[in-house]
Design a protein around this ligand. Structure first.
Ligand code: PEP
Ligand code: MN
Length: 337
C-alpha cells in the first residue's frame, strides 16, 4: 500500500501519516520525490483498509501496490534513485565506471592498478578482500589486510572503494573500510546478510544471482529497502546458460526491464558476464547503449599472474581505450562519462 501525499503537503502532515502507520504496528517508508512524497507501508499480513489514511490532511490518494516488490518499484517512486557512493553519484546523468582487480593481492598491486584506473577516468575503485571461490583451495583473498589496503587506496587516490562482504560476521569490519558493500551473485539470496545490510547506512551493490530472475533480484533488493537502506545499486553480471563460448550469458535486456519497473540504478559487469578480456569492450559499449547507469570492470596490470579471474581482466591500456569509447558513446544517448 502506498499513501501518496499532495504536492503541497507539509512535513507535519507527512509525519502524521507516518505516525498513523506506526500506530497500527506497521512500518512506514517515506519516499520523497521531485513532485510529491509517497509513503510505502510494509509489515501488513493482510490487506489494509485505505480509509485509515484517506481522510488525513495532505493525503492525495491511497493506492494498493500490485507488484510483489513494493519499495523498489516505480509505483512507489517515479524518479530515478541516485545513490551517492563516497560522493560519487550512481544513477545520475554521468555514467559511473567502477574498476579494479578481482582480488586485492598486495598493497603494490592495488595501488598500481588504482592509479591507472583513476588516470583513465574511473570514478570508483573495486577490489575483493574476501573472495567467494568455487574451490576451497583457491586464493580466498587477503581478508582484513585487504581491507586495510583498500583504505590506503582511498587515501592515496581519492577514489571511493567498493568491496564484497561474504557473511554477517564481517559486515561491521567491511563497512569500516568500504564506501559501498558488494553482495556477490552467490549471496544474492542470503537473506540473513541482506537483512543485516538493510540496517546499515552504507550503499550496497547487489549483483544478480547466476540463475536469478529479475523478479528475484528485485525482491532481494526489497529486503534491503524494507529494512531502511535505500542506497542500493543493482548489477547485471550474466546468468548461466547452455552456451560455453562465454563464462556467463550477459543479459542486457535486464537493463530496460529493470528500469521500467524499478527506480534503482543498474550497472553492468561485462567482465564476469563474458569471462573473456576480448569481449569486455564490445559488451561495455552495448551496456551503455542499452542504458546502463555504469560499468563494473576488472583490470589487472599482470593478468597472467593474477590470483583470480586473470583471463577476464583488462590490461590498463585496454581500460584507457574503454574509457575513451565510453566518453564518446555516452553523449549519443544523452549522458556524460
Ligand atoms: C566479483 O565481483 O569478483 C565476483 C565474484 O562476482 P560475482 O559475484 O558476480 O560472481
Ligand atoms: Mn572476479
Amino acid at each position: 500500500m502506498l499513501v501518496v501525499m499532495d504536492a503541497a503537503a507539509t512535513s507535519e502532515e507527512v509525519r502524521r501519516v507516518v505516525e498513523t502507520i506506526r500506530g497500527l504496528g506497521l512500518q512506514a517508508h517515506p519516499l520523497p520525490g521531485a513532485q510529491r512524497t509517497a509513503i510505502g507501508i510494509t509489515g501488513n499480513k493482510g490487506t489494509i483498509e485505505p480509509t485509515a489514511f484517506e481522510n488525513l490532511p495532505g493525503v492525495l490518494e491511497v493506492i494498493p501496490v500490485t507488484a510483489p516488490y513494493k519499495l523498489v518499484s516505480r509505483e512507489a517512486k517515479r524518479e530515478n534513485t541516485v545513490v551517492s557512493i563516497g560522493g560519487v553519484a550512481v544513477g545520475g546523468e554521468k555514467v559511473a565506471v567502477v574498476a579494479g582487480p578481482c582480488a586485492i593481492e598486495s598493497e603494490g598491486q592495488a595501488l598500481e592498478i588504482a592509479e591507472r584506473v583513476r588516470r583513465a577516468g574511473a570514478s570508483l575503485f573495486r577490489g575483493g578482500a574476501f573472495k567467494p571461490r568455487t574451490s576451497p583451495y583457491s586464493f580466498q583473498g587477503l581478508g582484513s589486510e585487504g581491507l586495510r589496503i583498500l583504505s590506503k587506496v582511498r587515501r592515496e587516490t581519492g577514489l571511493p572503494v567498493v568491496t564484497e562482504v561474504l557473511d554477517t560476521d564481517t559486515v561491521d569490519e567491511v563497512a569500516e573500510h568500504a564506501d559501498c558493500l558488494q553482495v556477490g551473485a552467490r549471496n544474492m539470496q542470503n537473506f540473513a546478510l541482506l537483512k543485516r545490510l538493510g540496517k546499515l547506512r552504507k550503499p550496497v551493490l547487489l549483483k544478480r544471482g547466476m540463475s536469478a530472475t529479475i523478479e528475484e533480484l528485485l525482491l532481494s533488493a526489497e529486503y534491503l529497502l524494507s529494512e531502511g537502506n535505500y542506497e542500493v545499486v543493482l548489477c547485471e553480471r550474466g546468468v548461466r546458460t547452455f552456451v560455453n563460448h562465454t563464462r556467463n550469458t550477459l543479459d542486457l535486456s535486464a537493463i530496460p526491464y529493470v528500469q521500467r519497473i524499478s527506480h534503482l540504478p543498474i550497472l553492468v559487469d561485462p567482465s564476469h558476464g563474458t569471462g573473456k578480456r576480448q569481449k569486455v569492450l564490445p559488451l561495455s559499449r552495448a551496456s551503455i547503449a542499452a542504458g546502463a547507469d555504469g560499468l563494473l570492470i576488472e583490470v589487472h596490470h599482470q593478468p597472467e599472474a593474477a590470483l583470480s579471474d586473470g583471463p577476464q581482466a583488462l590490461l590498463p591500456e585496454m581500460f584507457d581505450d574503454l574509457m575513451e569509447q565510453v566518453r564518446r558513446l555516452a553523449p549519443v544517448i544523452g549522458r556524460t562519462a
